[in-house]
Ligand binder design. Structure first.
Ligand code: PLP
Length: 402
């Protein structure tokens, strides 16, 4: 009898399907959430001009919500979502011309992609030095601290890419990996990856390509006849590539992929995983949502290669428009943009950034290069740039930049 009463109670009062919401309480919470959210800058406003992230594509948004309760950390609980993950990795693998021997690890973004790549390189070589350009993302500082590795920086050329002559002097018996950038965070520049590939092949070194930003840009720029050398697994010295879908992949945060040339390398960093459905688990995370993966897959299916190509073309059109408008003001660029990232030279970038922010526009400052960075993501249109330019002009006049 007691059992029946308890079951009845659980069914009606505790079963999640039967959770009855206290509408008033809920309204109060959501009112508070909306009030706080109003303080945020949002990508859809078009006023965030300095970030490498974007408004998720509408298809990504819908798929994300549908897969909210999945856990890819326990894959046999969700074989369907696991299949979506495999298909998404196959899509990325194709995009990057990865060989059949390769494998992919879904990650939360560029930071985790770089950490995982350096974990693989350290495990393979037993060494601890990472040779990388001074322009490398700050995630490598975390890597050094987390994995007790040492960063050996290689200066840049006048074109803001890794100086190969200087690189050769930095390679030693203790080198675990060399890192090349395919779309730098600061200016979107691309290191000479074909040459790096040759050097690393000759020296038997692990070459990681950080294509967190450029991975979804360069393949399409090449299709659009931009003269850009290979950067991916078509080069035999490339051992791993990280690519972020929550940047130019038009997906939802957090989603990136690390591709490695040999499946075995991911097995090397996997551990036994008792208590869950798989026997081994590779990668940093345990529990992880399938929602961003489903979102990334949905948008890749929706856009296809042709859709991404059009998107990149449109971002480049807006980039050229922005470049022209900035030059018209009498400001100069750090360099001719390689992709949809522009560095505008300024004497006092921090002051300009602060003043623009007060007027509702967000751009990023790069003190090291004395510039501000604009990233022309898919949601930024020529009209938005035309609204922004007079604000930039007035601000620059006020602070004595013009
Ligand atoms: N690598 C590059 C080249 C980047 O531009 C970034 C971020 O902008 C990262 C890595 C880190 O990516 P995330 O912030 O997604 O971890």
């Amino acid at each position: 009898m007691i059992y029946i009463i308890v079951s009845f109670f659980n069914y009606y009062f505790l079963s999640p399907a039967m959770v009855s919401l206290d509408t008033q309480k809920k309204q109060k919470i959501f009112h508070e959430l909306a009030r706080l959210q109003q303080r945020d800058f949002c990508f859809s406003s078009g006023h965030i001009l300095g970030s490498m992230c974007t408004v998720p594509h509408p298809v990504a948004r819908e798929a994300y919500m549908q897969f909210l309760e999945t856990n890819l950390g326990d894959p046999e609980l969700c074989p369907g979502t696991k299949e979506i993950e495999s298909r998404y990795i196959a899509f990325i693998s194709n995009l990057l011309h990865a060989p059949k021997t390769s494998a992919g690890q879904i990650v939360s973004g560029g930071t985790e992609g770089n950490i995982t790549a350096m974990w693989v390189a350290k495990q393979l070589s037993g060494k601890k030095e990472i040779v990388l350009p001074t322009s490398a993302h700050f995630s490598f500082q975390k890597i050094a601290s987390l994995m007790d590795m040492k960063l050996i920086e290689v200066p840049m050329t006048n074109e803001y890419v890794m100086d190969l002559a200087k690189l050769k002097k930095k390679i030693r018996r203790t080198t675990a990996a060399v890192v090349g950038l395919a779309g730098s965070t600061e200016l979107g520049t691309i290191d000479p990856i074909p040459e790096l590939s040759e050097i690393c092949t000759d020296e038997h070194l692990f070459l990681h390509v950080d294509a967190a930003f450029g991975g979804f840009v360069i393949p399409f720029l090449k299709e659009l006849q931009y003269k850009i050398p290979d950067f991916d697994f078509r080069l035999k010295g490339v051992c791993s590539v990280s690519i972020d879908s929550h940047k130019m992949g038009y997906a939802a945060i957090p989603l990136g992929t690390l591709m490695v040339r040999k499946k075995q390398w991911l097995r090397n960093i996997s551990v036994d995983s008792p208590y869950i459905s798989s026997e081994k688990q590779a990668g940093m995370l345990g529990t992880r949502s399938g929602a961003p993966v489903a979102a990334g897959y949905a948008v890749a299916q929706y856009l296809g290669y042709e859709g991404y190509k059009q998107m990149v073309q449109s971002c480049m059109n807006v980039t050229h428009h922005t470049e022209g408008r900035i030059r018209e003001l009498g400001l100069s660029l750090v360099m001719k943009p390689t992709m949809n990232v522009i560095g505008v030279k300024l004497k006092k970038p921090s002051i300009v950034v602060k003043k623009l922010s007060e007027q509702g526009w967000r751009v990023n400052k790069i003190e090291r290069l004395s510039c501000i960075r604009l990233v022309l993501m898919p949601q930024i249109t020529k009209q938005i740039i035309d609204e922004f330019i007079p604000v930039l002009q007035k601000t620059c006049q006020e602070v004595g930049e013009l």
